[in-house]
Design a protein around this ligand. Sequence first.
Ligand code: ATP
Length: 230
Amino acid sequence: MNDANSVVMECCDLSKSYSDGKHTVDVLKSINLSLMLGETAAIVGASGSGKTTLLNLLAGLDLASSGSVSLAGKDWSSLNDRHRSKQRNKELGFVYQLHHLLPEFSALENVMMPMLIAGKKKSDAKEKASNLLSQVGLVERLSHRPAQLSGGERQRVAVARSLINNPSCVLMDEPTGNLDENTALEIQNLIKTLQSTQNMAFLIVTHDEKMLSWVDSAYRLSLGELEKIK
Ligand SMILES: Nc1ncnc2c1ncn2[C@@H]1O[C@H](COP(=O)(O)OP(=O)(O)OP(=O)(O)O)[C@@H](O)[C@H]1O
């Protein structure tokens, strides 16, 4: 999945409703979205607008009520649980508001992890993880554990980890939401740099409307509908 201008992720008429038997809530209504290789897109939306629900569907962690989501040419609904996990590990990187690093492992080991899960050689994972940590400015922090790193450094490790399997797409859920303004700016600049050097798509879900100025495309999620605003 490396052709320039190719679609990395696509959702067609995607809807999601929750029902408790008595009431039905339509959280997402007929969402259409296409992400190309090399594109950085942002989705903004108020609390409760359905951002997490959408990300879960895009990542194949939850299934749609109707419509479809495909990633790197494969529809999530056509895969069983095992193949979904494999597809997620191979084609998706994740960066969350909270870094979700494993506390008992070093920065290097945390970044290596998805590549080891993919069954790659430890020596190759170590080399790739060191290179990525150096790319995010942490070459001198390889053996530090998450508790020995600053918030911004932890988020840099999480970004490096998201890239280790050369995914088609990196999903970022409020990647700067837990950081002070200067550190948030640093991470934003890091994403901008990566955007120009990595051959993948980035989708950033954020409250931070300042990001809208530099992403390639942007959408607003409101009352379950997705509107293109850039
Ligand atoms: N499992 C569920 N069952 C029923 N309703 C749900 C479920 N998950 C989410 N919802 C509802 O769907 C709506 C969207 O929730 P979601 O968590 O996707 O919003 P969000 O935009 O991510 O919000 P926030 O920014 O506050 O995290 C909310 O009204 C929520 O109550």
